[in-house]
Design a protein around this ligand. Structure first.
Ligand SMILES: C[S@+](CC[C@H](N)C(=O)[O-])C[C@H]1O[C@@H](n2cnc3c(N)ncnc32)[C@H](O)[C@@H]1O
Length: 289
């Protein structure tokens, strides 16, 4: 596969580039992305083709393969085991309640705490106990790229540090809030493991009541974020940016919340990933004017 080597933080800026082959995924390792190049465009690396895997989709979190959705067949599980040799294969049928506790079925081997490495960061977690949303790699890199050193950032649904750690590594001072105590404890230990604990103030509880002072940036990585905007809109100033996640467009709800708070702002929407047929996981960047 022909590829070009680019620093990971430049990946979001390549969204409209003509030379990028979007039929293949970039290969990312240690802050560098090898981006597939279309035929006819110059490339600076030739990567070996990956072994094609045509089985059921899964995510590898550390050494545990995680499936979502319908029950799996024995053949599907066997194909995953042959493909990535995991310690365990689990199916997450759903995430329960506001603390997003996984409902787990162990299909092969064992599960438990694992260490997941991504984009140069390490995340310790037990995927059978806490949520780890995969598929947002470009969004994580984008959050790190847009954060200026010294910014005061609120991460309202911090989980195990999925956005907090890259943003703190970029020099942001992150007020990271998390409701689920198990996830909160991983958030704290992952901040230490990634050497950003001095720029992370982690608190366990409902972020709507923990927000304090004025933020330059507010990350709302939760699909119900549009309904929770009233709280962060009391902690912004002209120029603050909120990153409001949703399923489908939330522009209407955001405009209404801005009006109710007596604020004005511009909204720039982007797609993160396909969530279901016809439904996209979106993020709206809302800049307060
Ligand atoms: C969809 S978010 C994802 C978190 C993180 N971005 C990730 O992917 O790892 C879910 C997280 O938000 C937390 N959460 C939900 N409501 C919350 C609230 N009101 N305040 C703080 N955390 C909350 C849940 O406990 C869960 O860990």
């Amino acid at each position: 596969m022909n590829a070009r080597k680019v620093p990971l933080e430049e990946l979001p800026a390549l969204e409209g580039a003509a030379w990028v082959d979007r039929t293949r995924r970039p290969y990312v390792e240690g802050g560098v992305a090898w981006v597939p190049v279309k035929n006819g465009y110059p490339a600076d690396a030739l990567l070996p083709e990956r072994v094609r895997y045509a089985g059921r989709g899964y995510h590898l979190i550390g050494d545990i393969a995680v499936l979502h959705g319908l029950p799996a067949t024995g053949d599907e599980v066997a194909a995953i085991v042959r493909h990535c040799h995991p310690r365990g294969v689990v199916r997450i049928a759903a995430y329960r309640g506001e603390k997003r506790v996984p409902e787990v079925e162990v299909l092969y081997g064992t599960t438990g705490e694992t260490v997941h490495r991504e984009q140069g960061y390490i995340f310790r977690l037990d995927p059978a106990k806490v949520m780890f949303a995969q598929g947002n790699r470009i969004e994580k890199a984008r959050m790190a790229a847009v954060t200026e050193p010294g910014e005061r950032v609120a991460d309202m649904f911090a989980g195990i540090g999925y956005f907090t750690i890259p943003v703190a590594a970029s020099g942001g001072f992150v007020h990271a809030m998390e409701l689920n105590r198990t996830a909160f404890e991983y958030l704290q230990s992952n901040s230490i493991a990634n050497h950003v604990e001095e720029r992370v103030r982690a608190e366990c509880g409902d972020s709507r009541t923990l927000l304090s002072g004025c933020y330059d940036r507010v990350i709302m990585g939760h699909f119900d974020a549009p309904a929770m905007l009233a709280a962060p809109l009391a902690h912004v100033r002209p120029g603050s940016v909120l990153h409001v996640h949703s399923i489908g467009s939330a522009e209407e709800a955001i405009r209404q919340s801005l009006a109710e708070a007596g604020l004005a702002g511009t909204i720039a929407a982007r797609r993160i990933k396909k969530y279901a047929p016809g439904a996209w996981h979106m993020v709206q960047d809302v800049t307060i004017s």
